[in-house]
Design a protein around this ligand. Structure first.
Ligand SMILES: [Zn+2]
Length: 237
């Protein structure tokens, strides 16, 4: 992992993130931040949960601040791509190593992209640019820009509503798990199971990777010591 690959993962993949709650730290899964931002533009809930998702559907007004952020992200990405595409192509070995680091097929980054990057999603374009930058040893130029996207999106996100079950994971039997706290830079104990409620309720065990979605979350919360009523209320049923 490099710092750039971690930031690009946060923007383009679901990643585990530590959240502080009144009952202590928990680790939840956060949706790709670029997807979260797209959801904000249309007032949809995305990510680890969020409370502001009231309106949705074709008649919903756009969130203009989120839209402006999305537009500037796309403009900055176009510029970064242009810079990296214009540079002298990196050597094959460097390109292969960078493609592996970002889990992008070598063929995707080896050749020139289609004119204007047509047909590529924002996610694919960001990965293409990051691979080229890493292969050229120019991580810092991309990092300086994409770090700003992460903090701008995070500032706009509602904190997730998390339930911490009192009983162990029904799948693996573990109650607690150790995880690295990035702000303290040390290992801390967190509940193995975390349940994030909202429009898309989701339960997850960081120890064994078991996942519960939708109505299964009600079962999980009851199995883990919460009342069925609590679970149904929190899930808005
Ligand atoms: Zn488990």
């Amino acid at each position: 992992m490099s710092e750039l690959s971690m930031v690009v993962d946060r923007l383009t993949m679901t990643t585990p993130q530590m959240v502080r709650t009144s009952a202590g730290p928990v680790v939840v899964r956060v949706a790709p931040l670029l997807e979260v931002l797209q959801g904000m533009v249309h007032h949809r809930t995305a990510g680890a949960g969020g409370r502001s998702s009231s309106s949705s559907g074709s008649g919903a007004p756009l969130d203009m601040e989120a839209l402006n952020l999305m537009v500037s992200v796309e403009e900055e990405l176009v510029h970064l791509q242009w810079v990296m595409r214009s540079a002298h192509p990196p050597a094959r070995a460097e390109m292969q190593a960078a493609a592996d680091l970002f889990r992008v097929p070598f063929a995707v980054v080896a050749g020139p992209p289609a004119p204007g990057f047509g047909g590529m999603t924002v996610f694919e374009r960001l990965r293409w640019t990051a691979v080229r930058a890493a292969a050229l040893g120019r991580d810092a130029e991309v990092l300086a820009i994409v770090r700003g996207w992460v903090s701008a999106i995070e500032r706009r996100m509602d904190p997730p509503i998390v339930i911490q079950p009192r009983k162990p994971c029904p799948a693996c039997g573990e109650h607690m798990a150790w995880t690295m706290d990035p702000s303290l830079d040390e290992l801390v104990q967190v509940p193995a199971i975390s349940v994030v409620v909202g429009d898309r309720p989701r339960g997850w065990c960081i120890e064994c990777g078991a996942e519960w979605v939708g109505p299964e979350v009600v079962d999980l919360v009851t199995q883990c010591g919460g009342s069925t009523e609590l679970a149904r209320n929190l899930l808005g049923r």
